[in-house]
Design a protein around this ligand. Structure first.
Ligand code: ATP
Ligand code: MG
Length: 258
């Protein structure tokens, strides 16, 4: 079930280096929010704080609060592994488990939970592959390795794997940057369908993509190299791309820097 994300006063560090500073924002359920901003401003770092993956990096540390509906993901009794199941992630490079079959790639997360019968697994795998708009292309070769698919198919396989465990939120870090334009459009269409069921956050360097897929857009920026990234502006995508409130946002989207 899609849930609201409510971030307050969030900073993240790599050792002594503060990568993002004091970020607060709300992401509505069943919406797509795009993160844009120049390289190094902390988009990926911030994204990874939303499912407690940042702290997996040695020296990775987070201050502040991330509420998922009424649960603080950084609460003292919260299991980070459970959080990563609830808040799924799709990465820049499609990363199917190379030796696993297409079927097993999608079933991998479910098997970790260990409570599904074979028939249930088949049902969920089919539903997830359909949800990722991949079923028709792979239904006759479910036992073939996932690594034998094209890049765009592999990325949809990773999306199928992510949605198979029914997360509340889907985080995507430049999910199309390694894909050709046709596969990119397929993923963008898919994102439009998935937002009916999930809360989606997508990092992208492609301004047209942000404008096409997102309801809201967040612009991040750095005051100077070595300074932490900050959230500069978050607003309806239409407004960000037509009439942003901050000059730096305008400069960035019109390609004057970054
Ligand atoms: N594993 C790491 N160890 C130390 N510093 C890191 C690590 N990953 C990122 N950083 C630093 O944190 C800051 C933010 O990086 P991040 O990758 O979040 O930026 P980004 O906005 O996603 O950039 P890009 O658009 O290039 O992907 C940068 O200064 C970066 O050098
Ligand atoms: Mg990044």
């Amino acid at each position: 079930m899609a849930k609201r994300i409510d971030v307050s006063g969030l900073s993240a560090y790599y050792g002594a280096h503060k990568a993002i500073d004091d970020i607060s924002m709300t992401v509505e359920p069943r919406s797509v929010t795009a993160f844009i901003g120049p390289s190094g401003c902390g988009k990926s770092t911030f994204l990874r704080t939303l499912n407690r993956m940042h702290e997996v990096t040695p020296g990775g540390r987070v201050e502040g609060k991330v509420m998922l509906d009424d649960e603080n993901l950084y609460g003292s009794h919260v299991d980070p592994v459970a959080v990563r199941r609830t808040v799924g992630m799709v990465f820049q490079r499609p990363n199917p488990f190379p030796t696993m079959s297409i079927f097993d790639n999608v079933a991998a997360g479910l098997r970790l939970n260990g409570k599904y019968k074979k028939s249930q697994l088949s049902e969920i795998v089919e539903r997830s592959l359909k949800g990722a708009n991949l079923w028709n292309e792979v239904k006759d070769r479910l036992n073939k390795p996932g690594s034998g698919l094209s890049g765009g198919q592999q990325q949809r396989l990773c999306i199928a794997r992510a949605i198979a465990v029914e997360p509340d939120v889907l985080l995507m870090d430049e999910p199309c940057s390694a894909l050709d334009p046709i596969s990119t459009l397929a993923i963008e269409d898919l994102i439009g369908e998935l937002k009916e069921r999930f809360t989606i956050v997508i990092v992208t360097h492609n301004m047209q993509q942000a404008a096409r897929v997102s309801d809201r857009t967040a612009f991040f920026n750095l005051a100077a190299v070595g300074q932490p990234g900050k959230l500069i502006e978050l607003d309806d995508t239409e407004r960000i791309f037509s009439n942003p409130s901050v000059q730096a946002t305008e400069d960035y989207i019109s390609g004057r820097f970054g």
